[in-house]
Design a protein. Sequence first.
Length: 268
Amino acid sequence: SLVAHQGGFSAAYGTFCMFVWTFCFAVTVFIIACEFTRLHSCLSLSWGNFTAAFAMLATLMSVTAAVIYPLYFVQVGCYPIGCQVRDFRIAASVFAGLLFLTYAAEVFLTRAKPGQVTSYMATVSGLLKIVQAFVACIIFGALVNDSQYGKYVATQWCVAVYSFCFVVTVVVVAFSVTGKTALLWFPFERSVVIYTFGAVLLYASAAVIWPVFCFDSKYGSPRRPGLCAKGKCPWDSQLVIAIFTYVNLLLYVLDLAYSQRIRFVSHI
């Protein structure tokens, strides 16, 4: 409301922030309505998995918006037309931060405790699946921003790794949220652990290959080109991809470690 009334937004960054706040509001209202009316019992969803997955997703989306909006739209000085717009944007930034803290607190309070039998998405392994998919989306965003990944077969392999792991992770989350894991003809929990181990190996290969073919002087550039335009520099996109490749590698390693300790429940 603050942004729509006086704060204002523009370009893709502002539209993304407004989408995040609108999406989080709409789904939260839907969850509250279902809780009060018990409508969720009529839905073909594993309600515990759905709410846990949404809380983690909303935490990631809201922290991104809480960083982007003040970074691109808030300035210390007043605008030529007065200070009212600046004040509305500062207030919106403050409440964006509070929104993130609220969702983060929900994730912290509802996560699985040691020895507790709960929904898979409420476990550390389940929450990490959401983070892994979110980080992969950041990688994809950098890939399409003139990253020049098509120059070498090796970098194309890395893109295949990112795509494969993202798709399988989303499928795991989808089966958990819909509560369809019990209908599978193979043991879901063991398959997830095997996939996680495979994802660690795949991301480890990408973590070696991508920096070599982007930053080694033989294939790419070890330093940022001096004439590279800000926001449209392939080197910047390659650096972002390299950083988040290591982030996701770490997340998959943590996932593999925690997946050895959890107990799966197909429906809660």
